[in-house]
Design a binder for this molecule. Structure first.
Ligand code: 16G
Length: 242
């Protein structure tokens, strides 16, 4: 597996080898991997080299560490396609995972000027502000703050937002959700994100800001989310112009 004559650095060879074992399912989620010492003895390589390979795999979300217990295989990341406009509930159900939410706060606030502009409403008109931890199979995936004009997306209750916002908008309010614009940016989890997402401080997150529109072009939500970078990857198919 390890070729010391190869120009490819040894830590990288070890990293790729462990990655293959994970991707092919030979190493299973939550299974402990051998220790630094075991790898170093087995392949006659320095512990520093092993540590570098394992650190990279932890940072890329393939492995996770538990203090005093060792290093374990992470669950495979959720692959999120960047094509259709789908809800969190739909995305998780499609993967056979059970979606749930933990409500952090739910209030009606006056829209400050920047938010009002983005939602195309008058300044200081009421908006719902909802903070939820979105979970899949009881594991926190994202911390999401959603702002919706209260005069447009009417009648929200805790019960509704603990289920699906999009389902309420489409089925109860009979509004047609049409499109969204979205930006994705890399960042490091802030303190609230560390707490709610149950990650270590310094962990990477993907920040997503989405504005979504109804059929007639009216913006109905501005959503800011922090997704755990160790649980998520975004996949986009592109076509080259003819
Ligand atoms: C997703 C959407 C969010 C939407 C929510 C509705 C992203 C980045 N965000 O989380 O804009 O409000 O789904 O989910 O994908 P729900 O219908 O399950 O409440």
């Amino acid at each position: 597996m390890i070729d010391k004559q190869s120009p490819i650095p040894i830590y990288h060879q070890l990293e790729e080898y462990i990655k293959q074992l994970i991707e092919s399912g030979i190493l299973k989620p939550d299974e402990a991997i051998p220790s630094e010492r075991e790898y170093s003895e087995q392949y006659q390589i320095s512990r520093m080299t092993v540590r570098q390979a394992l650190n990279n795999l932890v940072n890329d979300g393939y492995l996770y560490r538990q203090k005093g217990r060792g290093t374990f295989v992470n669950k495979q990341k959720v692959e999120q396609k960047l094509q259709g406009l789908t809800s969190f509930t739909e995305d998780m159900k499609e993967r056979g995972m059970v979606p749930s939410s933990r409500l952090i706060s739910f209030e009606i606030i006056p829209a400050e000027p920047q938010l009002a502009r983005k939602l195309d409403i008058k300044e200081y008109t009421p908006v719902y502000e909802i903070k939820r931890v979105r979970m899949a199979d009881n594991l926190p995936m994202a911390l999401e703050t959603t702002c919706l004009p209260a005069n447009l997306v009417k009648g929200l209750t805790e019960e509704i937002i603990n289920k699906s916002l999009y389902q309420h908008i489409e089925e109860k309010l009979s509004l047609t959700i049409s499109e969204a614009t979205q930006q994705i940016e890399a960042s490091i989890a802030k303190e609230t994100e560390v707490n709610h997402l149950q990650v270590e401080s310094g962990s990477p997150v993907l920040l997503i800001v989405r504005t979504s529109f109804l059929e007639d072009g009216t913006p109905f939500e501005l959503v800011k989310s922090a997704y755990r970078a160790d649980r998520y990857k975004f996949v986009h198919t592109m076509q080259r112009a003819a």
